[in-house]
Design a protein around this ligand. Structure first.
Ligand code: HEM
Length: 125
């Protein structure tokens, strides 16, 4: 079970890398690419599994406020990624590029916010 938990942590870190790395890679032509979309999906799924594992540990229970905030942020990241991905497919080439760009920046920025929450909330609470 411990190994399974650790494997999920690995996927959680790879999902984060896919969102943030994907965002950096498209910084000169901002759009949702499959790496960002799948990274967002993977983060939500692996995060929920990790939270489930963490809450099984009665001696060291998780910080539910922190997990709640991370869940909320991750839901916004997934919703924005999915809706922008769908809008991009429908849009005529070049149309509404400014709106797409700001949403992609929001997705990347919120993913970084969740990294900060993941690391700093634990250290300073
Ligand atoms: C964009 C979404 C997310 C990002 C970028 C993210 C990022 C991270 C990072 C970088 C870590 C490693 C921290 C460390 O070990 O020092 C982590 C751990 C963790 N995350 Fe997330 N996370 C996201 C979503 C979620 C969600 C939705 C949940 C569940 C509600 C969640 C639950 C957890 C848990 C329980 C751990 C601890 C794993 C362990 O060390 O055993 N995460 N997250």
């Amino acid at each position: 079970m411990k190994l399974f938990n650790e494997i999920i942590v690995v996927f959680h870190l790879l999902g984060m890398a896919a969102i943030v790395g994907g965002w950096l890679a498209v910084r000169h032509d901002l759009k949702i690419v499959p790496a960002i979309l799948w990274g967002a999906r993977v983060q939500l799924l692996t995060g929920l599994i990790l939270a489930g594992f963490a809450s099984m540990d009665k001696e060291d229970p998780p910080n539910n406020a922190k997990l709640g905030v991370k869940l909320l942020v991750a839901l916004v990241v997934v919703a924005l990624s999915e809706s922008t991905w769908a809008a991009q497919k429908k849009a005529v080439a070049g149309a509404a590029q400014a709106a797409v760009a700001s949403k992609v920046n929001l997705v990347g920025g919120l993913a970084v916010l969740n990294v900060l929450i993941a690391v700093l909330w634990r250290s300073y609470s």
